[in-house]
Write a new protein. Structure first.
Length: 163
């Protein structure tokens, strides 16, 4: 019981982050970084309940992200329309920790197959980015919920203001 109460208090203190400057991780110094896959039962909306934390990561070529699969319910899958052709697609399921190295500059969109419909999406931008010619065209070609497409739009907008 104490564990459950402690977990709920911790979840309440963390809250639901809005897309802002504090959700961007700059790995230009070569620091290692984890991306947590969060289920937040205290969230007030589905879009905050299931999320990658942080949802936007900037890397230099050759750096890596470690995906931490919280509670075993999340997946990480590359989105073909938002994935550099220079890198093999990824598909991660039921793994507690997986490191993915990004060697080529580009834009890499990922989603949770189980919770993408709620907006559980993220971007990794390597080097100067590039590779996505039109976000609207790329999203138009995706089979995804409106929430998921909006999550990617928000991430692209945030990434363009962070350059």
């Amino acid at each position: 019981m104490k564990t459950i109460v402690a977990w709920l208090v911790g979840a309440a203190l963390l809250g639901t982050p809005a897309l802002s400057e504090d959700v961007v991780v700059d790995m230009s110094l070569g620091m290692s970084h984890e991306v947590n896959q969060v289920t937040d039962p205290m969230a007030t909306a589905a879009t905050g309940m299931f999320r990658f934390d942080p949802p936007l990561v900037r890397l230099e070529p050759g750096e890596a992200v470690v995906f931490v699969n919280s509670r075993g319910q999340h997946t990480v899958h590359s989105v073909p329309q938002l994935w550099s052709a220079e890198m093999a697609p990824i598909s991660i399921s039921n793994k507690p920790r997986v490191e993915v190295r990004f060697d080529e500059p580009g834009v890499y969109g990922m989603r949770c197959n189980r919770h993408g419909m709620y907006g559980m999406a993220m971007l990794v931008i390597v080097g100067g980015g590039g590779g996505v010619t039109s976000i609207d065209e790329s999203l138009g070609a995706m089979r995804a919920s409106d929430r998921e497409k909006q999550a990617f739009r928000d991430l692209f907008e945030l990434s363009s203001t962070q350059n």
